[in-house]
Design a protein around this ligand. Structure first.
Ligand SMILES: NC(=O)c1ccc[n+]([C@@H]2O[C@H](COP(=O)([O-])OP(=O)(O)OC[C@H]3O[C@@H](n4cnc5c(N)ncnc54)[C@H](OP(=O)(O)O)[C@@H]3O)[C@@H](O)[C@H]2O)c1
Length: 313
């Protein structure tokens, strides 16, 4: 079995060595530094393990049957011309779900319990207790009840917030008031105060978080976007915060990454910015999962995380 590896990143060498050690029965070819044929790069691989490969990598592998994506989101791959017969397999969880749960609970609790305000007051030597907050006033709506969204919903439930969820198809998740489809989107939004976005970026979800949707959140709403920057219309968010309808946002993903110098998010007092770190791709967990999936596929078994072309995730 030949496996082509393509990860245009300084970390690629460590990934390549560990993948080779995890699947020593395979013949590995590294295309990371140079996506053209050459010594050790035959172009005859049937399997590929890749993150954000260039179009040339796909074009130079006509025999490719399965591409395993080193990540949960496949929006970057979907921009390429891929053969319709190619099976695309993404990471599912691989250590990311618990990190997402940590991130979302951190910003949710920090916002609802007003910890930033307490810290500011303490810096100026002020003992200001304020009024206690009632978690019933902060229903948390999770957009996307997939591998990551469901794990986040469980974690948020542990803190006894009312939890709502929205997905494409109907779903039942214990302790979560579930909504689905465009027809129930407005009901979901108007019952939500803290909105957590864990949707994939697809033609249907691009720009979904804008004036029309965010203005439906309950007054004093808060946005936590940990999915993809392309889901959010950034100017609309700023307008809704500045008008007082929304209280603020915690953003981990942006339309342009790294977030450009001078972007208004950097300095906005109600916006917390993190550099796309809410759920890191963990090398050991990911390689264990990828190696397990390749072996399962070789035995003719099905695997989790197969992307459906027509829905785009
Ligand atoms: N910031 C980071 O560090 C980071 C790390 C990892 C992943 N991510 C992002 O997180 C996303 C979610 O990952 P995941 O593993 O949880 O994905 P997933 O398991 O595929 O779940 C996607 C969820 O979104 C729902 N959905 C998709 N399109 C929809 C639409 N048009 N309307 C309503 N619901 C829709 C799906 O509904 P159904 O249940 O009906 O299919 C599903 O519940 C990834 O695509 C990636 O972009 C970000």
């Amino acid at each position: 079995m030949k496996i082509a590896f393509c990860y245009p990143d300084p970390a690629a060498t460590a990934w390549f060595e560990e993948l080779r050690a995890a699947l020593p029965e395979a013949e590995w070819e590294d295309w990371s530094a140079d996506p053209t044929p050459g010594p050790g790069r035959s172009g005859r691989a049937e399997y590929a393990v890749a993150w954000a490969p260039p179009q040339a990598f796909i074009d130079l592998h006509p025999a490719l049957k399965v591409l395993l994506n080193i990540g949960a989101g496949v929006d970057a791959l979907m921009k390429l011309r891929l053969p319709a017969s190619l099976m695309l397999v993404r990471l599912d969880d691989a250590g990311m779900a618990v990190q997402m749960a940590e991130y979302v609970c951190h910003y949710l609790i920090r916002h609802v319990r007003e910890f930033d305000q307490f810290q500011t007051a303490a810096r100026s030597g002020q003992w200001q207790q304020g009024r206690p907050t009632d978690r019933a006033d902060h229903p948390v709506g999770i957009m996307g009840l997939g591998v990551l969204g469901e794990r986040v919903a469980q974690a948020v439930r542990q803190f006894e917030f009312p939890v709502l969820g929205w997905s494409r198809l109907p779903k039942q998740v214990e302790g979560v008031r579930c909504f689905h489809g465009q027809g129930q989107l407005n009901d979901f939004l108007s019952a939500t105060r803290v909105l957590v976005c864990l949707l994939p970026l697809t033609p249907e979800t691009r720009d979904l978080l804008g004036q029309a949707t965010l203005s439906r959140l309950r007054p004093g709403g808060y946005l936590i976007n940990v999915a993809r920057g392309g889901l959010l219309v950034e100017e609309d968010l700023i307008r809704l915060i500045d008008s007082g309808h929304l209280a603020g946002a915690a953003l981990d993903v942006f339309r342009t990454e790294p977030l450009p110098a001078g972007h208004p998010f950097w300095s906005h007092p109600a916006i917390q910015v993190t550099p796309h770190i809410s759920a890191r791709t963990l090398r050991r967990d990911s390689i264990t999962q990828i190696a397990g999936k390749i072996r399962a596929l070789r035995r003719g078994e099905s695997v989790a995380g197969v992307v459906e072309w027509e829905r785009g995730y």
